[in-house]
Ligand binder design. Structure first.
Ligand code: ATP
Ligand code: MG
Length: 398
């Protein structure tokens, strides 16, 4: 027999049309996450995921608890709208948990909720009646209403009741896609994949763009970016990466622009190309892994001068994070080990000895006169290519 997962979702502040959009997206994303393993269905204020025969609900529950928009996931039991049926399920549930976790003298409590007001027992009375049944059916058990080992939840709804005791926390946020697409500037570093994850958490479907410095960087640098995209499909079912050949542009900058301004100009070229791609594809925001003050290109003056080439909003979800916090998050997402593989990225190849930490707009604009900026942008947009990643599929070859 299959198992049942009861899913609670946010955000409470959403109303009307936004709420419907949220729920439809969430159900769609959950269906893509579980595939053939379970049936997903919405009931008032919750989503039910019923696993098919032979599929472990705990495994599916773990996958489901990564989906943005999910606040919590519980492995639940269904019961008829009948006190005895609810008591029987509660007893079986507690026995099962004690066995599985090897608990000898656990404490427990019952937390009942009755949204169905025609059910004859009120919530407090249910706590007592179900708790009493569990106590008399199982030895070596005691009640602790403050810090129980097992908290048995009972929810009495219109047509049926649910009983559960084990809850995973989900990531919260909004279902991916609910906020439209955003173009993510994805390097092979630690920060930008985390920025992508945080954008996804707010419902943005990311479209990564990578500026590729091959042959100055090796193919392994490109492989890193591919591997990062594959990991991120755990959160967004399909990811379409745009690779922009960037070596020729870097060479041009290297040849024609003063050393101290090269990083600034390189960043401005990246932003111009990203903006052109966004415009081509009808995307109205960029996302980067920038923070404030980490490196020379992230002083406020530098951000100002780099930002000046685009009118698009640039989301910088990491702006308030310390490096330690970003690293901890990257480890949880599963991108950290890939990001720290020791291959050079485009910036380490071209970083000058003394980049200007406060590049002023005037000198930068004058230096760029040595480049045919619009031809370089057009060329890059024409030469970029697409690589698609799908959750669970073989990653594409280099
Ligand atoms: P990361 O760890 O994400 O590389 P970082 O702290 O090393 O960030 P920078 O190298 O200055 O900082 O890059 C700042 C941001 O610029 C990156 O987070 C990313 O969004 C973007 N970026 C840098 N290099 C590239 C690249 N080769 N392709 C795409 N985006 C890039
Ligand atoms: Mg970097």
């Amino acid at each position: 027999m299959g198992g049942l997962l009861l899913i609670r979702y946010g955000e409470i502040s959403l109303k009307g049309k936004n709420r419907r959009e949220f729920e439809n997206r969430l159900v769609g994303n959950l269906r893509r996450m579980v595939g053939e393993r379970a049936r997903v269905q919405r009931i008032h204020g919750r989503v039910l995921v019923e696993t098919v025969d032979g599929i472990d609900p705990y495994q599916v529950g773990e996958d489901v608890s990564r989906v943005f928009g999910v606040v919590s996931v519980a492995v639940a039991e269904r019961a008829r709208l009948d006190l005895q049926a609810i008591q029987t399920k509660a007893v079986a549930l507690v026995k099962g948990i004690m066995e599985r976790r090897g608990l000898v003298h656990p404490t427990f409590k019952v937390t009942a909720r009755r949204s169905n007001k025609s059910f004859p027992h009120r919530s407090l009375e249910l706590n007592r009646l179900v708790g009493g049944a569990v106590l008399s059916a199982i030895d070596h058990l005691s009640v602790d209403v403050h810090h129980p080992d097992i908290n048995v939840h009972v929810e009495v709804r219109e047509r049926e009741a649910f009983v559960w005791a084990e809850v995973w926390r989900g990531p919260g946020g909004l279902p991916v896609g609910a906020s439209g697409p955003g173009l993510l500037l994805l390097s092979g570093g630690i920060d930008s994949p985390v920025a992508g994850w945080m954008a996804m958490k707010r419902g943005i479907a990311i479209r990564p763009v990578h500026f590729d410095s091959f042959p100055f960087t090796s193919e392994r640098a490109r492989q890193k970016v591919y591997d990062l995209c594959q990991v991120l499909t755990a959160f967004q079912h399909r990811i379409s990466l745009t690779v922009v050949p960037f070596a020729a542009i870097q060479t041009d900058i290297q040849t024609h622009c003063p050393e101290g301004l090269r990083v600034t100009i390189m960043r401005r070229m990246m932003l111009r190309i990203a903006s052109a791609l966004a415009e081509r594809d009808g995307i109205c925001a960029l996302v980067t892994g920038e923070s404030v003050g980490q490196v020379a290109s992230q002083t406020l003056e530098s951000i100002y001068t780099i930002n000046a080439v685009t009118n698009l909003p640039i989301l910088r979800p990491l702006v308030g994070f310390d490096k330690e916090e970003i690293i901890a998050r990257a480890q949880r997402i599963g991108t950290y080990d890939i990001s720290v593989r020791p291959y050079e990225d485009c910036c380490t190849v071209f970083v000058p000895q003394h980049p200007k930490t406060k590049p002023h707009l005037g000198p930068v604009e004058r230096a760029e006169k040595a480049l045919d900026v619009s031809a370089l942008v057009r060329g890059a947009v024409a030469e970029c290519w697409q690589v698609d990643f799908t959750r669970g599929a073989e990653p594409p070859a280099l």
